[in-house]
Ligand binder design. Structure first.
Ligand SMILES: [Zn+2]
Length: 605
């Protein structure tokens, strides 16, 4: 018996995380195969369990953290005072007494005055948020950079030009491009920036300014010249022309932007992320309690994938990144197949194999596709980013190959197209648990939420819009009635559509508790409440920044709650979001994070 036990324990030592407990009784009888052993253990082979546990403890330390309160998001045990962690995973949440049953341990009281929640999952962000700060911030709202510096918002087009001109002086050589981001002309009475505005800064240097939505790029005359577009006869829906027949400098949508982007410093490598940007992005994640974040539209060329694997594999990298391969071009099936192949390269901290499609543009940029009667101010019909046939090919190939697809739709016409296409695709390739997710989906009405539920789709809504653009939606884009139903979180939950909420950083700042505040309060920047009946409760909002997005990424079995077996990923908070007044939810202070059991303090990151 002793001998057999020794043999088994040596085999256990070679397996750091056994997926079953070898049974000494079964082994002694010579029938210690996996099935028999598991059966014996189920009926309570305590000796084997105790032995095995002791062996494991020899390899790994168990740490029991105390906290002022642990909000687990596990309905079976909603709160706890302690959580036990071993090898980056959660042994259990409960009382100290209960957790000491796991054997030898150390008690760590560093969080004794703090609140622990499951690490927040940002289901729609872009790692580009880390790199974009190397460009000049031109937005309306104050905003904090990864290094903690606060950039004040700019309240007029002249102020934008002045800041760009000031930064231009610091550029090393005369030919270097000047690049800005965050422009939001809707706040300047929707006066559009023109190439002449930017020519005031320089006529010799190419200049480009990305809009806050990232769906529109404004460039100067020099940039248009370099792209060969400073001529009459340009005929593209994404390139508006002035009275002189020449492009105004506004480039709408990926095709139009693609023709000038590299000339104004928005090179592809930078857009798909570089090492410094990926590291800065993770610093922002720690500041905001995020332990898993999507990079929702990355072209993922091979060198970028290798860089991301290397950087996230660094022992000090504090976040899990889920990049989605962006579909562009003609070869829909090829994109899906490439994503499927990428899945095999996944690591613990870089999860590959998903695909992002983009159906239309942005509502505040008037490039989203709206159903009748269209825009309140009479703007044109918006833009399709993907031809319907390509959309069908992509969704069908993805269902066939089991690749998870998230599709950007902003306008309700785009949502309707995806629902129609999905219905047809599912008839050809039925799938019991595809979790295809509509991203933004801001204008969906209740009929569309019902269809999503029937088609097994999930939704990731964008409540930050209420704060950032709600007043403009009310007055200008979709008008008073539809503004009230935007990002209809209540309807999604009522109709049984799995719900996540997001920031789309860098479009709006990465900060899940702010996003939760937006979904709970639905207040605009001017203080107007938009859509009283679409508000959700604090607990529902917290679920929509933890388990909700984890579900949309098929990671809810691993992330999103504090319970046995899941990753030891925590948001460490100084205030209790369930005790604070709901209107103050955005003010909950974040101490930092725990990621896979490693501790990261925001103040020191
Ligand atoms: Zn996005």
């Amino acid at each position: 018996m002793r001998e057999n036990a020794a043999n088994i324990s040596s085999s256990v030592t070679r397996r750091p995380l056994p997926d079953f407990v070898p049974c000494i009784v079964a082994a002694a009888r010579g029938d210690g195969n996996r099935v028999t052993a598991t059966l014996h253990c189920r009926i309570g082979c305590r000796e084997a369990l105790a032995h095995n546990r002791k062996k494991q403890q020899g390899d790994m330390t168990t740490t029991i953290y105390s906290a002022r309160k642990i909000i687990t998001m596990n309905p079976a045990r909603p709160t706890a005072t302690h959580v036990a962690v071993r090898d980056g995973r959660i042994l259990g949440a409960g009382t100290l007494e209960e957790l000491t049953g796991w054997g030898d341990h150390i008690v760590d009281n560093r969080f004794a005055d703090l609140i622990l929640m499951p690490g927040f999952v940002e289901g729609h962000s872009h790692a580009f948020e880390g790199a974009v700060w190397r460009y000049v911030y031109c937005g309306w709202f104050d905003r904090v950079a990864p290094d903690g510096k606060n950039w004040t918002g700019l309240r007029s087009l002249d102020a934008v030009i002045a800041r760009l001109a000031e930064q231009e002086k610091a550029l090393p050589d005369a030919a270097a491009p000047l690049t800005g981001w965050g422009l939001d002309p809707i706040y300047f009475d929707n006066v559009r920036m023109t190439r002449e505005d930017l020519d005031r800064i320089s006529k010799d240097r190419p200049i480009g300014v990305m809009h806050a939505s990232f769906h529109i790029l404004n460039v100067n005359t020099k940039a248009l010249e370099m792209a060969g577009l400073m001529r009459t006869g340009v005929n593209h829906p994404g390139v508006p022309l002035g009275a002189d027949g020449l492009p105004t400098g506004e480039m709408k949508g990926p095709e139009a932007q693609g023709s000038v982007a590299a000339h104004v410093g928005l090179d592809r490598a930078m857009m798909s992320g570089d090492e410094r940007g990926l590291r800065d992005f993770a610093r922002l994640c720690v500041r905001k309690g995020v332990t898993t974040a999507t990079d929702l539209a990355n072209p993922l060329p091979p060198d970028t994938v290798e860089m991301m694997l290397r950087v996230t594999g660094d022992a000090t990298y504090p976040a899990r990144i889920v990049p989605l391969r962006r579909y562009l071009g003609d070869d829909a099936r090829g994109t899906i197949e490439a994503a499927a192949a990428l899945a095999e390269k996944s690591s613990d901290r870089l999860r590959l194999g998903l695909v992002k499609l983009v159906a239309d543009g942005s509502i505040q940029g008037f490039s989203a596709r709206l159903r009748w009667p269209g825009y309140y101010n009479g703007a044109g019909p918006g833009l399709w980013y993907i031809p319907p046939q390509r959309l069908a090919e992509a969704l069908e190939a993805a269902l066939e190959l089991g690749v998870l697809v998230h599709t950007h739709t902003n306008g309700d016409e785009a949502t309707e197209l995806v629902l129609d296409t999905m219905e047809t695709a599912l008839r050809k390739h039925p799938s019991a648990d595809h979790r295809f997710t509509l991203q933004h989906c801001q204008l969906a009405d209740r009929a569309q939420f019902r269809r999503m539920a029937r088609l097994g789709m999930s939704v990731n809504l964008f409540p930050n819009h209420h704060y950032y653009w709600g007043d403009e939606h009310y007055a200008l884009t979709v008008g008073p009635e539809r503004a009230e139903r935007m990002n209809a979180c209540r309807s999604a939950l009522d109709y049984g559509v799995p719900l996540a909420i997001h920031s789309d950083a860098p479009v709006t700042p990465l900060a899940p508790l702010f996003t939760a505040w937006c979904a709970v309060n639905r207040v605009t920047a001017s203080g107007r409440t938009l859509g009283e009946t679409e508000k959700i409760g604090v607990y529902e909002a917290l679920k929509a920044i933890t388990l909700g997005p984890a579900w949309t990424l098929k990671l809810d079995g691993e992330l999103g709650s504090i319970e046995t077996g899941k990753r030891a990923d925590f948001a460490v908070l100084e205030d209790d979001p369930t005790e604070i007044a709901p209107e103050n939810l955005k003010d909950v202070r974040v101490w930092g994070t725990v990621h896979d059991g490693r501790i990261f303090e925001a103040a020191k990151i």
